[in-house]
Ligand binder design. Sequence first.
Ligand code: BGP
Length: 469
Amino acid sequence: RVKKLPKGFVWGAATAAYQVEGNTNLDGKGKIMWDDYLKNQGNFSPNPACDFYHRYPEDLKIAHNLGLNAIRISIAWTRIFPNGYVTDEPNEAGVKYYHRLFHECLKNNLVPYVTLHHFDSPKTLFDQGDWLNREMIDEFVKYADFCFQEFVEVDNWFTINELISLAMCQYIQGTFPPNKLFDVSDAIQAQHNELVAHAKVVNLFKAKGYKGRIGLIHVIQPVYPATNSEADRHAADLRDAFMNRFLLDGTLLGFYSDRTRHLIKEILVANNAELHILPEDLEILKQASKQNDMLGINYYQNQTVASYDGPSETYHNGNGKKGSSVFAFHGVGKDVRNPAIPTTDWDWNIYPEGLYDVLKRIAHDYPDYPVIYITENGMGAKEAWDSSKEYLDDNYRIDFIDQHLAAILKARNEGVNVQGYFLWSLQDQFSWSNGYNKRYGLIYVDFASQDRHLKRSALWFKALSKTMK
Ligand code: BGP
């Protein structure tokens, strides 16, 4: 379908520190919110992941050979400040590791796009309430400031990855620590506080005149009503406000529009929940909204929603048993399956048109939006390496990427300013709530031997990279 990439297109793949590095106890790294939780749960361990902490030269070389020109990487806060609190004595080993890593990226002509927080709050700050505690915001700003000063080889910064996923998984679906269920107050407050944290960092980045660009990453799941009934359409609006609109408004407008506040209020009332906004928050958001240099959009799937007033219920399909997911949110709406839309084994809808809709919507609703990069998109699958074959056959992934890329380029041709694509993920990685059997990589990783093998999608990726000239 896609025959040619636009000239100068950013063509990359994504990683996140905790999902790739492994070595969570090495060189003075401090604990994060996941270490003890995963140990107690006993299902899967973040070690060795793909041992990127040691094997990054090999992976970056492969990425370069595949024609990639960019890579998404995150810094593990607790490799630099092991107990989360920012002091005058950063952990040298951690600082040096990231310098080595960034230099290796540049050596391989991979422009690093660096995220400061990717689902990995330091354990100390997590225990004090994580983003619900405003002390976390202050420490985050100091940590960001340190990184901007130290890592001058980085030109592209993202503050926080996927605020809504974190809030949903921590406080609504209970799949990330602290595993709360439908605590609507905490979920919406965390979203707001993270927006303020992002905004403070952007304002500091600009006030101090750091070079380079800064932005935020949102995962957007467009919401469609199950039927054309008024009730279902309203449910879709409510869900969209909670998942997408609140965050897009806070980032790109710098305030929550009347319509957004109205919808959020309805959700709060239905769930006896509260949101606290300090008067100064809005000034901070407003100032930052005009200073974002770029916007990262992660896109995986859409949602089809029907109106629902019953009790809230959720079941997370974390093992790939197709059809087992349940999600019903009191007073907001329940997920229903649209039989016309195919799904993965983890019940994620495959709906490339949704990505086109997302891009068009941002350009339409937020005309002052900064340049967009698709910072994640990809397909998880159960895969096993067959040593009698040269490459792992993942034609479904090629098809998936191809269709999503076509949707991006269509929006781009219609004027949406989208300049790049990062596949999730570069290599197979550790998945937060699914462990190791949900593989996304261009590069297959044998987690026992740490051998790397190429998938067919990697060759397809490479062939397309050559069309850019
Ligand atoms: C995004 C995260 C990634 C990654 C991806 C796939 O939400 O930013 O860290 O994990 O989704 O999700 P999963 O691993 O749950 O399949």
